[in-house]
Design a binder for this molecule. Structure first.
Ligand SMILES: [Zn+2]
Length: 91
């Protein structure tokens, strides 16, 4: 019998084949939703979304984008905000 906490669909069910050729049921935590741009709400590319314990194991390049507003705004929105900021500074 499965443990009570695994009977709900909070956990993902994964069928895995063991070295002894048996198929066993594993339970994994579900992924949170995809990361979105703070301005236009489109899905961000180049940044992994997962639970924090799995994110901490990733390399820095998979967690962020090396650009102003990288990983916060999408490329179009960050480009627009950078240009607008420089324009307002120079005037
Ligand atoms: Zn955007």
């Amino acid at each position: 019998m499965t443990a009570p906490r695994f009977r709900s669909r909070t956990f993902r069910r994964i069928y895995t084949r063991t070295p002894g050729a048996n198929v066993v049921l594993h339970h994994k935590k579900r992924k949170p939703g995809k990361l979105k741009c703070a301005n236009c709400k489109s899905v961000l590319k180049g940044r992994k979304s997962d639970i924090p314990s799995r994110i901490n194991k990733l390399t820095r390049s998979k967690k962020t984008i090396k650009r102003m507003f990288g990983g916060y705004l999408c490329s179009k929105c960050s480009r627009r905000t950078i240009i607008n900021r420089f324009r307002s500074k120079n005037e």
